[in-house]
Design a protein around this ligand. Structure first.
Ligand code: SAM
Length: 256
């Protein structure tokens, strides 16, 4: 029995240590990233850290393991997304079209402007377009640099947007607030998002969604409580990472 207790203790110690080491590695990466110049291409921004670890003599399999954690952190960790995307938007060779999203243009054509919310607005290509069409636009994004550029773009075109630095889990979507919610190339939406949007939209309000996404019908399934006005799953040139065609899902969903 005593041996068993010691075994559990030892295993706990090893796993606990590896988790806290991973956390320390992540923090070290963030410090490194803060000091890097902006770069529009995620791989060009992050891969030099891989080279640095190899130069420091970290064995290749361990470097690969750490880089996997780092990539996930850049896209998903609350303390990573803002900094990562600020570095991307600060770069001078955007890997996305700076034109508004085509699905959004078609969705608002002939629609009376009202209150619009953009989730993950980036540098404001959609938000500024909507403001030009007479919409009262609020947009949020965790990347300070993106929000700074969005405000600058709006000002240079003589329109006003309400641009907020926040992640989705920090933003209060409210109830019956919006005639339109736009989410382009942020992430795959899920059932939680659908419930939040259903509450946040006014009657007749719509969601416009597009993403270079994981295959499958998960997004469509999540929005079955809405009237699906349009849904496409196509191989096409997306708005982001335009070097080659990708699988893109597009959806317009309406509160019945
Ligand atoms: C690929 S860019 C798309 C930007 C913009 N929607 C567009 O289509 O040009 C992804 C954006 O999602 C934002 N983002 C990442 N995590 C987020 C979160 N948790 N909440 C809100 N926005 C987020 C990033 O800061 C970045 O601006």
């Amino acid at each position: 029995m005593r041996v068993l207790i010691w075994m559990f203790f030892a295993v706990g110690l090893v796993f606990g240590q590896s988790t806290s080491t991973d956390e320390a590695n992540w923090k070290a990466f963030l410090e490194w990233l803060k000091a890097q110049p902006p770069n529009s291409k995620p791989a060009d921004l992050i891969n030099p850290y891989r080279d640095k670890l190899l130069r420091e003599g970290v064995p290749e399999p361990e470097v690969s393991r750490r880089m996997e954690i780092i990539w996930t952190g850049c896209y998903h960790r609350p303390d990573g997304v803002g900094l990562f995307w600020s570095k991307i938007f600060g770069g001078d060779k955007p890997i996305f079209t700076e034109q508004p999203n085509a699905l959004l243009i078609s969705a608002v054509q002939g629609r009376k402007p009202g209150r619009a919310l953009e989730f993950g607005m980036g540098q404001g290509r959609n938000a500024v377009f909507l403001a030009q069409q007479g919409w009262d636009v609020t947009g949020f994004d965790p990347a300070e640099e993106a929000v700074r550029i969005a405000n600058k773009n709006a000002a240079s075109l003589g329109v006003k947007i309400h641009a907020i630095v926040a992640r989705d889990d920090q933003f209060d979507f409210g109830a019956a607030q919006w005639d339109l919610i736009v989410v382009t190339y942020v992430r795959d939406l899920n059932a939680h998002d659908a419930a939040v949007f259903q509450r946040a939209l006014k009657p007749g309000g719509i969601v416009v969604y597009e993403n270079g996404s994981s295959p499958g019908n998960a997004v469509l399934r999540a929005f079955l409580g809405f009237q699906i006005v349009r849904f496409e799953d196509v191989e096409t040139l997306g708005d982001w990472n335009r070097e080659e065609k990708q699988r893109v899902q597009k959806m317009i969903a309406r509160i019945p």
